[in-house]
Design a protein around this ligand. Structure first.
Ligand SMILES: [Zn+2]
Length: 242
C-alpha cells in the first residue's frame, strides 16, 4: 500500500481519561503524525478517581505522551473523573474546541454501554458537539465560524469493546508503529504497573493484523458508510490475507 501524505490534515481526539487516547488509538495518531497530520488531544478528566496515580501525575503522563505524538493536549474544566455527563455545557465546550481546532477527523471512544460511563459519555459529547459545531446558528457558539468535520470516527478502549449499534468497523494498518505505540502507552507509568494492558492492546492489534494480512492493525468505527472512489481503491486498501 502507498504511504499517504497527511500534511495539512488536522485530527482532534477526545478522551475521558489521560490514557484513553493513547491506548485506544495511539498507534493511528503516531502514524498520522508521521505522515504530516497536526493533532490535538482533548482529555476531559485527569483520571483523578482512578485506583492508581493522581491528577498531577496523570496529567504529566498525558503531556509526555502528547509530546511523543507531537500533539497539543488540552484539559478543559469539567465535572471530572466518573462525573462526565453529556449535558449542554460540556457539549458546547467541545463544539467550541472543534470550531477552534478545525479538524478534518475527530476521534472519540466508541459508545457501547458495557464500559466505564465516562467513555460512553465522552462518545456522546463528541458526537453531539460535532453536529452542533457545523450548524450555522447554534446558540452559544456565536463568534466562531461553523465547521464541518470530514469524518467522525470511534476507537475502542476496553478489550471487550465491539463498537456499537450501527457502527461500521474498519482497520488501520499500524504495523510501522508497533514499537513506538508500546513506548507511547508506557508513558502512562501509573497505569502500567504490570504490562498486561499494553500487551493486551498489542495482542489485539496483532490478531487483527493476522486476520487482515499485515503485522498490526487497529480497529476504528464509522457511523456512516465509508466510500471509495472506485473498486481500484478497495483493492489498494485491501491487504491480502495470509
Ligand atoms: Zn478511560
Amino acid at each position: 500500500m502507498q504511504s499517504v501524505d497527511m500534511t495539512g490534515k488536522r485530527i482532534l481526539a477526545f478522551g475521558a481519561h489521560p490514557d484513553d487516547i493513547e491506548f485506544g488509538c495511539g498507534a493511528v495518531l503516531l502514524d498520522a503524525a508521521e505522515k504530516g497530520a497536526a493533532i490535538d488531544l482533548v482529555v476531559l478528566s485527569r483520571g483523578e478517581a482512578g485506583t492508581h496515580g493522581n491528577r498531577s501525575v496523570r496529567e504529566k503522563e498525558a503531556m509526555k505522551a502528547a509530546e511523543m505524538i507531537g500533539a497539543q493536549v488540552q484539559f478543559p474544566s469539567t465535572a471530572g473523573d466518573t462525573r462526565l455527563r453529556s449535558d449542554l455545557e460540556i457539549t458546547l465546550m467541545a463544539a467550541k474546541t472543534i470550531r477552534r481546532c478545525l479538524p478534518d477527523f475527530i476521534l472519540a471512544p466508541s459508545g457501547h454501554l458495557n464500559q466505564h460511563p465516562d467513555h460512553r459519555e465522552t462518545s456522546i459529547i463528541a458526537r453531539d458537539a460535532n453536529r452542533l459545531a457545523r450548524y450555522g446558528k447554534t446558540p452559544g457558539l456565536e463568534g466562531l465560524d461553523p465547521h464541518a468535520t470530514q469524518a467522525l470516527l470511534f476507537y475502542d478502549i476496553s478489550s471487550e469493546s465491539l463498537g456499537g449499534d450501527g457502527m461500521i468497523p474498519f482497520l488501520v494498518d499500524v504495523s510501522s508503529q508497533a514499537e513506538r505505540w508500546k513506548d507511547l502507552m508506557a508513558c502512562h507509568e501509573s497505569q502500567t504497573g504490570n504490562l498486561d494492558y499494553v500487551d493486551l492492546q498489542l495482542s489485539r492489534a496483532r490478531t487483527l493484523g493476522i486476520q487482515s494480512g499485515v503485522r498490526y492493525a487497529v480497529r476504528l468505527y464509522s457511523e456512516g458508510p465509508l466510500i471509495w472512489s472506485s473498486l481500484a481503491g478497495v483493492a489498494e486498501a485491501k491487504a491480502p490475507r495470509l
